[in-house]
Design a binder for this molecule. Structure first.
Ligand code: BG6
Length: 359
């Protein structure tokens, strides 16, 4: 039910702090340990490589999952588009483990991969929001996202829920292996910090709405740039913007922009820089300078400890690898307000469906 909300998307953006707390309740105990089916933990611990397979927003969440899983479990992770993987299957490792990410659990592109991995007898897990969905029934194991129904076509809370559940999974496997990086990761505490920070950003809605008017009211295109997890967020932020506002948006690895795409920067082109990683902050700032000197209208989203007073949006600090859970929130609101201001239907963008059951 969207209740008093004008659009489901806005409600679903607002739901995210609650979803983080729910995931923490469902998947951690009072000691702060991750609580996940032992069989899943054993199978992943026993594997030599994790393959994440997904489409759209779920694919973008997979990249953040890769960063978390590799840090905590020390197992290499590959992230693949379902529609590519099935027909151009990469050389698999000796003991692969497959994770299918799918909000709906019905996406045909992902299912065709699962059919193949099942034929090969390879172990699989589906992370989905829908209990009893096709991908859930056909995979060996399921972890539910507990995000509540997601109605708007543009996915928001399923993205953050996928990342949070992958973080819990990473912690569970990492702890099982006795990895220090994982033992030091207090997931329940970090998710409660995240929920509170999400709330502070959501409370700034009207500030974001005004910034969107300033930056995006007449533009036909826009860029998001970042490095590492900030790059992964840039991919999702640009997908959100283009799928509902129809502004042509691209998410770029900040360092790669100058190797070609910088040719598209003109006077007034909006470039959103995402800065949450201390290792790469200075480099991304350098890339923002490069585009600014070619006329770009820069908009910086930064964590407080890395921010400058001139940055447009400053977010309280959170656990570094979990920063996508909070840096994505302003970008969801940016897409929402850009769409609203252009007079399009936020929840039902043209040409798109919530779940696509053809390949
Ligand atoms: C697309 C939807 O068709 O499928 C996207 O429009 C979604 O919002 C993508 O991210 C993948 O869907 P799912 O249900 O497999 O996560």
């Amino acid at each position: 039910e969207k209740g008093t909300y004008p659009y489901y998307m806005l409600k679903e953006i607002d739901d995210q702090p609650t979803v983080m707390r729910r995931i923490s309740q469902e998947y951690t105990n009072t000691l702060g340990d991750a609580v996940i089916d032992e069989k899943i933990i054993e199978k992943i611990t026993d594997s030599d490589r994790i393959y994440i397979v997904a489409c759209g927003t779920s694919y973008n969440a997979g990249w953040v999952g890769k960063a978390l899983l590799e840090r905590m479990t020390h197992i290499p992770v590959e992230v693949h588009l379902s529609s590519e993987f099935g027909y151009n299957m990469p050389l698999l490792s000796e003991k692969p483990f497959f994770i299918f990410l799918s909000q709906s659990g019905e996406t045909a592109d992902s299912r065709q991969v699962l059919v193949q991995t099942n034929e090969l007898g390879l172990p699989s897990l589906t992370l989905t929001n829908v209990a009893g969905s096709t991908l859930s029934r056909e995979a060996d194991y399921t972890l539910l996202l507990h995000a509540g129904p997601e109605i708007a076509v543009a996915s928001t809370k399923a993205y953050t829920a996928q990342i949070a559940v992958l973080a819990v999974l990473a912690k569970a496997v990492g702890d099982n292996k006795g990895n220090q990086s994982s033992l030091d990761f207090d997931i329940a505490h970090e998710l409660s910090v995240i929920a509170a920070v999400m709330e502070t950003i959501i409370d700034e809605k009207m500030v974001i709405s005004q910034l969107v008017e300033d930056y995006l009211s007449t533009t036909r295109n826009a860029f998001y740039i970042g490095r590492g997890v900030d790059y992964y967020v840039s991919m999702e932020a640009s997908l959100k913007l283009k799928e509902i506002s129809y502004i042509q948006a691209e998410g770029f690895a900040a360092g790669e922009l100058k190797h070609g795409t910088i040719a598209l920067i003109e006077e007034g082109t909006p470039v959103f820089g995402v800065i949450t990683d201390q290792k790469t902050a200075a480099h991304t700032r350098g890339n923002l300078k490069e585009v600014e000197s070619r006329g770009a209208h820069n908009f910086v989203i930064a964590l407080a400890s890395l921010a400058k007073v001139t940055d447009q949006l400053i977010i309280p600090d959170v656990y570094p690898l979990l920063s996508p859970l909070v840096s994505i929130i302003p970008t969801q609101l940016i897409a929402y307000f850009a769409t609203l201001q252009r007079g399009y239907d936020v929840d039902k963008p043209r040409n798109l469906a919530k779940s696509v059951t053809v390949e």
